[in-house]
Write a protein that binds this ligand. Structure first.
Ligand code: SAH
Ligand code: SF4
Length: 362
């Protein structure tokens, strides 16, 4: 499999060209095509010498994703299904305006990006974890979700949330390379502050990310304020219990200026006890985090339910009364199973797409 030009930094490409007898400065021109002009093929990079185009075609591929299907939702969320070179599928979800969540203008576009095929962490409530882990995405496959979705949508994407399929921090090498491509001026040139990585709580990687020079935002999928609750629904808590996680978040505070976000799905009878809200409030205040409360999205085949809306509001009120900024949101994209935690592995056959699509009521 040839590496994609979408997975390589300017410095790496320049070094590669120099090593193979081509002028290093061509890297600027090539990456200008890749990230800005977005040609249909390598051969269409018309200001490059023919010999260089031939060399690139022989040694590199261009777009790593094949658009397989697009599903629209009644609330204008759009779910993009992409086929990978090995026949697997991933999904990216385009969400117009999420100002309540991430700030900014109402006409902004947010893309929910996948980082792995499947997920090994097996949270009990999550569709992505249901079918287990298949493989990490490459840096090119991660960055291409942004580039190729922009090409399909004909619009610029303003914010990225790494909240699609997979655990981004379990694939941190490729994720960080993709972030380099996404944030560099010669790449997609998106400000790091517009990127949010969501993690179920991988402590060593959180500590590492706290020392990363770019001001990337961090969201923690907490979903329980105590070990007793978290242990029941998130196996990762056995490895990194809340004491270790909270210590890492204090460390994050010490290293970074921007605020943390705690994601908290409300699941009836599991983690929605008001005592959890009180404990959550204490922790959120201690690391100056805001809290996103998400009433659970039903996942077919799982027994969990969302609490009554009045109960969700009571849970939220405890947080706000304690001085914590807390949002309560109803998911966008619920009707196409594109909401958080609803991205699931689909079968690797064309029939698989059809079957899945039927389930998605397309
Ligand atoms: N693995 C990472 C990122 C992907 S999950 C993480 O867990 O943070 C994106 C978010 O969706 C997480 O906060 C996850 O906990 C949440 N989620 C999972 N299943 C959900 C469901 N059924 N309803 C609502 N949110 C869900
Ligand atoms: Fe994986 Fe995140 Fe789903 Fe847990 S919530 S199974 S870590 S994708």
């Amino acid at each position: 499999m040839k590496p994609s030009l979408l997975g390589i930094t300017k410095e790496e490409l320049a070094a590669h060209l120099a090593e193979h007898g081509h002028p290093a400065y061509r890297a600027d021109q090539i990456l200008d095509w890749v990230w800005k002009k977005r040609p249909a093929s390598i051969d269409a990079m018309s200001n490059l010498p023919k010999a260089l185009r031939a060399y690139l075609e022989e040694n590199f591929s261009l777009y790593p994703l094949t658009p397989a299907r697009e599903l629209g939702s009644t609330d204008t969320t759009r779910k993009m299904l992409y086929k990978l070179h090995d026949g697997r599928y991933i999904e990216s979800v385009l969400i117009p305006a999420n100002p309540a969540l991430y700030g900014g203008r109402a006409d902004r576009l947010t893309l929910c990006v996948s980082s792995q095929v499947g997920c090994a962490y097996g949270c009990k409530f999550c569709a992505s974890g249901l079918a287990g882990f298949t493989r990490n995405l490459t840096a090119a496959e991660i960055a291409a979700q942004v580039l190729q979705t922009e090409m399909l949508a004909g619009d610029r994407i303003d914010n990225l949330v790494f909240m699609g399929m997979g655990e981004p921090l379990a694939n941190s090498k490729n994720l960080l390379q993709a972030i380099e491509l996404i944030t560099s001026p010669w790449g997609l040139n998106l400000g790091a502050r517009h990127l949010t990585i969501s993690t179920s709580g991988l402590v060593p990687q959180i500590r590492e990310l706290a020392r990363h020079p770019r001001q990337i935002r961090l969201a923690i999928s907490l979903h329980g304020a105590t070990d007793a609750v978290r242990d029941q629904i998130m196996p990762v808590n056995k490895k990194y219990p809340t004491s270790q996680l909270f210590e890492a978040l204090h460390d994050w505070n010490a290293q970074k200026k921007q605020h943390l976000t705690l994601e908290y799905i409300l699941i009836q009878g599991i983690n929605d006890d008001l005592e959890q809200a009180r404990i959550l409030a204490t922790h959120a205040r201690s690391f100056q985090a805001k809290v996103n409360l998400i009433p659970y999205n039903t996942v077919e085949g799982l027994p969990w339910k969302r609490p009554e809306i009045s109960h969700c509001q009571a849970f939220r009120n405890i947080l706000t009364k304690a001085g914590v900024t807390a949002t309560l949101r109803l998911e966008k994209g619920h009707d196409i199973e594109a909401a958080c935690g609803q991205l699931r592995l689909i079968k690797e056959t064309e029939e698989g797409i059809g079957g899945n699509a039927e389930m998605l009521k397309s």
